[in-house]
Design a protein around this ligand. Structure first.
Ligand code: NAD
Length: 314
């Protein structure tokens, strides 16, 4: 059957860019974007769009059958900072959407699933530097609990029912096209916009908080590479560690100052500091590099150059 992809939660930070790349690769009519809210103009005009609540299995099935969908990318979720304020809602959205999609694959309505995990599966008891693929996972956030549970469900459905589900533990994803949706690493997007517009930024994390990060293009490419890899090369069915760079607020500010010398950063840590402190500062992703040849392209310097150029054009 011809590949036909349904993206759930397509109007968010990652979905907006991933959907366009999938449409470029598979054809506009073969990639159905969906969300509970409309996407940007490019998404709404370049291919099919459906309003779908990702927790509603019957609505997903209807669209799957209508378009002969073969793969689902499930991006709908409540992110780390927002989830701390809405624990029950976060759990319901993050778990029920995943279980709905896993069941559709178990029932053979779809052939393949992509579901993102996160570095939030780790917690304060995890080794902080070069966090290994297999290690202690004792998250202290609602979001992390939902991601670690989701990983176990993915592994279970693969082992028990042969479901072809694939997952990456994204670090903080940095982009300039769509604003992020309530995560702890959002500062690394906001800082560029504030640097350009106001020449100053007040950061909600402290200056030496080191976190793993990735430019959007690398995240999109990793996702598609994982989904296109031969099934027998995929050795990890809960979630692959994935890494490109790590930096602190102070380091990103210094990189921006190379382009905007008058830029100033101040620090006013809030509740997100505690979340950040519980996460790794760098990730060992050697298993992804070995199994399906993952390679990142962007570091802090090259990413900063591109983002500043692009924001200037907006
Ligand atoms: P986002 O918040 O920007 O987008 C999520 C989208 O889901 C939104 O457009 C929202 O309208 C939609 N949504 C919410 N409830 C829905 C529902 N019931 N049904 C359908 N859609 C619904 O998030 P994102 O940054 O694009 O993240 C996508 C995925 O990647 C999530 O699973 C997230 O946990 C994961 N992730 C993101 C990052 C990051 O830095 N952005 C890092 C690690 C993991």
């Amino acid at each position: 059957m011809k590949t036909c992809i349904l993206v759930l939660g397509a109007s968010g930070q990652i979905g907006t860019e991933l959907t366009q790349k999938l449409r470029f690769l598979y054809g506009n009519t073969q990639v159905i974007a969906s969300d509970i809210r409309k996407g940007n103009t490019q998404m709404m005009t370049s291919g099919p769009f459906e309003i779908i609540d990702a927790t509603d299995k019957a609505s997903i099935l209807k669209v799957v059958q209508q378009y002969n969908v073969t793969q689902v990318y499930l991006l709908a979720a409540m992110l780390s900072a927002t989830a701390e304020n809405h624990p029950q809602k976060a759990w319901n959205l993050n778990m029920n959407s995943l279980l709905a999609v896993l069941d559709l694959a178990k029932e053979k309505h779809i052939q393949q699933i992509y579901w993102p995990s996160s570095i939030a599966v780790f917690g304060p008891t995890t080794p902080k530097q070069n966090t290994p693929q297999k290690t202690v996972m004792e998250p202290t956030t609602v979001y992390g609990i939902s991601k670690v549970s989701g990983e176990f469900w993915c592994n279970y459905y693969h082992k028990k029912y042969g479901v072809d589900v694939r997952s990456l533990r994204y670090p903080g994803i940095i982009s300039w096209k769509t604003k992020p949706g309530g995560g702890t690493t959002d500062y690394a997007v906001d800082i560029y916009f504030k640097a350009m517009e106001e020449k100053k930024y007040q950061c909600f994390l402290s200056e030496n908080t080191r976190l793993p990060m990735m430019y959007m293009d690398d995240a999109v490419n990793a996702t598609i590479a994982l989904m296109q890899a031969d099934a027998d090369t995929i050795k990890i069915r809960n979630g692959y560690n994935l890494s490109a760079m790590d930096f602190t607020p102070k380091e990103i500010a210094q990189e921006i100052q190379k382009h905007i010398p008058e830029f100033e950063i101040t620090y006013q840590p809030d509740f997100r500091q505690k979340i950040a402190d519980s996460w790794p500062s760098s990730i060992d992703d050697s298993q992804a590099r070995k199994d399906w040849n993952w390679q990142h392209q962007f570091d802090l310097e090259s990413m900063t150059k591109i983002i500043i150029q692009q924001i200037k054009k907006l």
